[in-house]
Ligand binder design. Structure first.
Ligand SMILES: *Cc1c(COP(=O)(O)O)cnc(C)c1O
Length: 379
């Protein structure tokens, strides 16, 4: 890791305190300066290497699991998974545990595809409750598939998938986890979870750039999904078969530069000491941010016990608070923060992930301290 990666002030590269795209290292950006062909054996080799590394990062045995890369943003992968995992018949019923915008998005995808779904709503500032999930599952024996978000990026809350997925797995329910903003930044043991599909993307905690996502899928389960897909380009089964049958060949044109950047990002994750070390760095960022912001009278939306190290949501400090002004103030000084997404509370978010260190957080909160939050919205 070199100094340039996060402190490139001469070129006025802002630090993105956002949950992806996020601040990447100089070497990740550099990896994109070469053009590559997609039919090339080296390129296919890189793809295969990445597929293997993703299994290792998620502690998924290569015997039982495969990883399938998919062009597009993270949502494309969620859509490909729901649209391929769930057969096109009336007998398939999806239960979705929802405590934020990304859970809602899965319900929206199910609507588009005409998938029968039961939505289990939880408060946005509360984690999904395993006892209630199991209760509802007992009340709905027709449920064949279950989906939940791991880190709900809406608030930064961490849902207790360890206390839900293994139980549903034993019951024979196909389980789908949107681990978009947690994979690589929070330890996940896929073997132990027994999860059938776990989804993430290049531009979150692995610290790559946007352009593709990936699904870690149980082979015995994805093997049974041929012909299920409602979309040609989002057919996860055919995408998987193409990688398997053609030595890492992507099915359609792939984001070559992004793939090379991702390979570099994985190397940097390993150099940092793996997922555990990265979690510690993100946690240190998060705790520093939370504590200093509280001192400045910015109150977090969720409890510390359920807070992930990924992103922190703060309430507006007053009714007339003008987020846009704070945003511009910080942007002028080199930091990009993120608007809120909580439906019932006026809030904004600050991400702790990416090529970001405690020194960056220190500088950010010093600036927030200088910002006069009594400046109100001009009418
Ligand atoms: C980022 C994210 C997604 C995907 O969003 P895209 O904008 O499609 O990349 C999905 N779920 C969660 C929890 C996320 O954080």
């Amino acid at each position: 890791m070199d100094e340039l990666s996060s402190f490139d002030h001469e070129n006025r590269q802002e630090i993105l305190l956002t949950p992806g795209p996020l601040t990447t290292s100089a070497n990740v950006k550099k990896a994109m300066l070469i053009d590559h062909g997609t039919w090339d054996d080296d390129y296919k080799g890189v793809t295969q290497e990445i597929r293997g590394e993703l299994l290792a990062i998620g502690k998924a045995s290569p015997k039982a699991y495969t990883s399938v890369l998919m062009q597009g943003s993270g949502t494309f992968c969620v859509e490909a998974t729901l649209g391929t995992a769930i057969p096109q018949n009336q007998a398939s019923v999806l239960m979705i545990a929802i405590n934020g915008a990304y859970g809602e998005r899965m319900a929206q995808i199910a609507d588009y595809y005409g998938i029968t779904h039961i939505d289990l709503q939880f408060n946005e500032d509360q984690p999904v409750d395993p006892a209630r999930v199991l209760d509802e599952i007992a009340k709905h024996p027709e449920v064949t598939h279950f989906a939940v978000v791991h880190c709900e990026t809406t608030t930064g809350i961490l849902n207790p998938i360890e206390r839900i997925i293994p139980i549903l797995n034993k019951m024979g329910i196909v389980t789908i986890v949107d681990a978009m903003s947690s994979f690589g930044g929070v330890p996940i043991d896929i073997n132990r979870l027994g999860v059938d599909y776990l989804i993430s993307s290049a531009n979150k905690c692995i610290q790559g750039v946007p352009g593709f996502g990936f699904v870690i899928a149980k082979k015995s389960v994805i093997d049974k999904t041929q012909g299920n897909a409602r979309s040609l380009s989002l057919d996860l089964y055919e995408q998987y078969r193409c990688f398997e049958d053609h030595d890492g060949k992507w099915r359609f044109t792939s984001p070559t530069h992004v793939v090379y950047a991702f390979q570099e990002a994985i190397e940097e994750l390993k150099d940092e000491g793996g997922v555990e070390a990265r979690t510690q760095r993100y946690k240190a960022n998060e705790q520093l941010l939370r504590n200093k912001m509280i001192l400045l009278d910015y109150e977090p939306v969720i409890d510390e016990q359920v807070q992930s190290p990924i992103i922190t949501t703060f309430k507006y400090p007053s009714e007339n608070f003008d987020f846009h002004q704070l945003y511009e103030f910080l942007k002028d000084r080199g930091f990009v923060i993120y608007p809120g997404k909580v439906s019932k509370i006026d809030s904004f978010r600050i991400g702790n992930i990416g090529e970001v260190y405690e020194a960056d957080i220190e500088r950010l909160v010093a600036l927030v301290g200088k910002y006069d939050k009594s400046v109100i919205k001009s009418v």
